[in-house]
Design a protein around this ligand. Sequence first.
Ligand code: SF4
Length: 160
Amino acid sequence: MEQQLDSVWTKTLNQVKTWARVNSPWAIHFNSGSCNGCDIEILATLTPRYDIERLGIKLQGSPRHADVLICTGPVTRQARDRLLRIYEQMPEPKFVIAVGSCGISGGAFHGCYNITGNISEVIPVDVFVPGCPPRPEAIIYGVAQLLEKLKASANPGKGD
Ligand code: SF4
């Protein structure tokens, strides 16, 4: 009986956590070598004009509190270990959005001496947002795609 109560309690707690995550994911932003163009567009999504917080996204500073890592740029040799450390510090389940062509393929920095590769060569990426830099609308669309993925994983089989 006690075991059954424990499993019901754990299941309910997990459902509440998933509900909170889907409705208000917390994100951390990291520049792993970008020229800052993509970062400025991410900042634009936070302005009243685009207001990404209306989707429940909250940008905050600690990887320990983040569900989503929004990463820009190719990965420089200097930033590689930092990117890995930030990713490892995030609690499970965690998600990554790569913003900009450089994050997808190295872009303008492909082949440079100080670049170790693109973001997905260092950590797993869930959503790619192409563009150089992508417009705020494209970044918001990428976030919406991630939220759809989260909703689908929270409700497996729904809509089958
Ligand atoms: S995609 Fe363009 S704007 Fe973004 S970091 Fe690369 S060069 Fe800069």
